[in-house]
Structure formats: structure tokens, C-alpha cells
Design a protein around this ligand. Sequence first.
Ligand SMILES: NC(=O)C[C@H](N)C(=O)O
Length: 485
Amino acid sequence: MAQFDLRLQDLHNGLKDKQFSVSELTEASFKRISETDSAVQAFLTLNEEGARAQAAELDKQLQAGGERGLLFGLPSGVKDNIVTEGLRTTCASQFLRNYDPIYDATVVRKLKAAQSVTIGKLNMDEFAMGGSNENSSFFATRNPWNTEYVPGGSSGGSAASVAAGQVYFSLGSDTGGSIRQPASYCGIVGLKPTYGLVSRFGLVAFASSLDQIGPLTKNVEDSAYVLQAIAGYDQMDSTSANVEIPDYTSALTGDVKGLRIGVPKEYMGQGVDPQVKEAVLAALQVYESLGATWEEVSMPHTEYAVATYYLLASSEASSNLARFDGVRYGVRAENPDNLIDLYRKSRSEGFGSEVKRRIMLGTYALSSGYYDAYYKKAQQVRTLIKRDFDQAFEKYDILIGPTAPTTAFRIGEQVGDPLTMYLNDILTIPVSLAGVPAVSIPCGLAEGMPVGLQIIGKPFDESTVLRAAHAFEQNTDHHKARPQL
Ligand SMILES: NC(=O)C[C@H](N)C(=O)O
């Protein structure tokens, strides 16, 4: 997909100079999807009619020579837990297989305002619960680098579609790693913004104290542009932060001289694949050669993060998913004996096994006899984990480590073993619990599969995270590697 390999500015110039039209870009996206999606299976729903109408409208504006939005004409995909007016939104669940929302999420409104063309809705693990896309109740998305491998999750469709050149960029959501881990597995850039920077209004809630929407792109500059378009205060989201939004692209100076980098030793320890570690150490050398300094730091509560996350996220999920009762949304079970039976049957039929597992775990953790021992304790440990970050950021500007302990694994390899699957997020979950921003960028290949470098920043300091990521990209070629499809 040659055009989608262009830089955003070049695409904009190409449109302005009439080298191609928005409709042509849109058709190129659908063509690429028709060529590759039988192998990749990233899309759940295509917005063919809507996208073509949107493109025609934008072409008219182009002819008229009016102002162009930040993402003018760029084909994008949206994770299927972000609601789109009139466009099916299933969360990859049987429960919502016939759900057509009556409004757009704030981020979707913002994409439209920035004049991106919505190509379709992307596959994911059901209700964002999972790290491989195998928990989608429809089909498993495949990794474009090797279709025998998982793309990661839960935003696996979002990552795979960008890596496969089907769309120019996509949106995903990240609760415990769901943007960063699939970005790492698919060799692209995935940014989880600070909790509260991007509105969650219209994101189907999984764990409300953790969920954040962010961009998946092929390079850091695009990530900055998309973040610019979607960040900002929204009165429709009570957790939205009312902070000034900086100009993210102007932060991309290429200069990291004097930048102080902490490398959590717990992120480079047991269980981290030696080839992944090697790629991260090589990246640190690049930073050193650019005038940054790095040293080891200890984040002593890292080992409790996965347990803490599965108590808190599951507790919040058990509460959030109570709304799926067979009455208000989606599918309703047939021939119930009474109201309770309607709830029971609808939920039994509508949810997949991972979702049920988490609802049961969360409901247990919240039950009165166990609340103090589990939920409350987990909240206290969350504070300790957050404190690890606060302390590290007194001394360092950013933290760097791997995004995931390994590269992508084979489809089927871990489905039967939820605990192993949960451990894939061991390096992304602490960041989510602390609510700070982090990006995953490509930093090499191990046996032909991409390795992700995680760069973690201070709250609302996306600019430094992006600056550091961009500087690495400017001095290496890893982001230019493309899968053969
Ligand atoms: N949703 C996420 O951010 C990913 C994580 N693997 C989970 O299943 O909870």
C-alpha cells in the first residue's frame, strides 16, 4: 500500500495538488482490505456506503478549496467497542451482535471533525478481555507478519489493520495493555495516553478506572497527529481531565540530549525473552549515542501488578457489564420462565467464557465477606504501584523497557491457559494502574516477529514520550519493516 506508506504531510500535499482524491484513497483502502482481509481478518464491519459518501463530500470540499482538517481524507478504522452512530458495534460479543448505536463516541465525532474517513469496525477480544483476539466471539484476527500467530489484543484488529496497510491509522482502547501489546506484536506504534486525556464517552466500559482510547499508527509523527485530534476535555465523561492540550507535533524535535532514562530492572528480569532484552538494550545504546543517559531503577511492587489488575479490572467489569441484562441492549433470550430467568439465560447465551470468568471473579471480589480482603487490598496495592512511578519520575524523565516479555505467540498456544495469557501483560499493566502515558514502538525483529519498546512518561507528558519515541525512529529503520502479505 504505497500511498499509506507516505507521511501524513505528503498525503495532505498529494490531496491538495490533486495527485489523488479522497475517494481514491478510500477505494485503495477497500481494495487492500479485499486483497488481504481473508488472511488477516481484522474487520468485523465495513462502512462501505458511509465511507464513500464521506469521501465524496470531502472531495467536494477539496474542489471548493476550503480549510482541511488535521486528518483530512485519511482512511481509519475504529475498534468495535467504540460506538458509531448507525454502524454496528458489537464489542466482538454475541450479546451485541445486532447492536446499532444511536450516537457517536466523542472520539468518533472528533475523527469526523478532523475529516478522517471511517472505513469500518475492527475485531477485538470480547469486551476487550484478552490479549490475543482469540476471545472474539466471531473469529480470530491474525498477525500480518505470520498468519499462524496472534496479533495480540485486545485491540488486535486495530493493530493488524494498520500493519497490513488496510487503513492509514486506527483507534484502539487500552485497559491493561490492549493498545501497546498488539502494537508490539504487529510492529507498529501504539500510544496509551494518560488516563483522562482522551474522552471515554461512547467507549463501551470494561474497567472504567483504567480504560483509555489511543491511536495505532505506522510512525510516531502520525501518533502525535491522531492524539492531537482526539485529546481534550469532554463534559460527557466525568473522568475527563480539564488540561491544556499542547501541540504534540512541535515536540518532535529529534533532540534527546540530556534526557534521563530509568530502566526498571523488574521489566528486564525473569520471563523476558533474551532476544527481546537484547533489542531493548540495543535501543538504549541508540539513546546513549544521542546524548541521553540511562540507569537501572527498581519498581519493587511490579510483581503484584497482575494480581491487582485482575481483581480491580474484573470488579469494575462485573459492575459495568451488569447493564447487559437482555432487556436494554442487544440480544434477548427466548422463552424465559420469568424475569430472573431472562437475565440468566440472556447472560449465559450472550457472554463468552472469558467474560464470564471475569464477571465471576469480580463479583466474588466485591462480595461483602471478601471486599476488604480482595478489592480494598488491591486498591491499596494500586497506590503502592503508583508510588513506584512517582518516585522513579522524581529522578527520570522517562522509563524504558520491553512492551511485552515475548513476541507474538502461535494461535491456539495459550487459549487453554488464562494465567499464562494474563502474564503477557505484566509490563503494561503497572503503567495502566498508575494511569501514566506509554507508547510501544518497533525496535527490531526476533525470529521474524516484531519486538516492541515501551516508553513510559509522567502524567500528561505525552510530549516527552513522543519526542523520545520519534528520536529513536529518526535514527533507526525498525519502523520501516513491513510484513509480506
Ligand atoms: N484489556 C486489556 O487492556 C488487555 C488485557 N489483556 C485484559 O485482558 O484485560
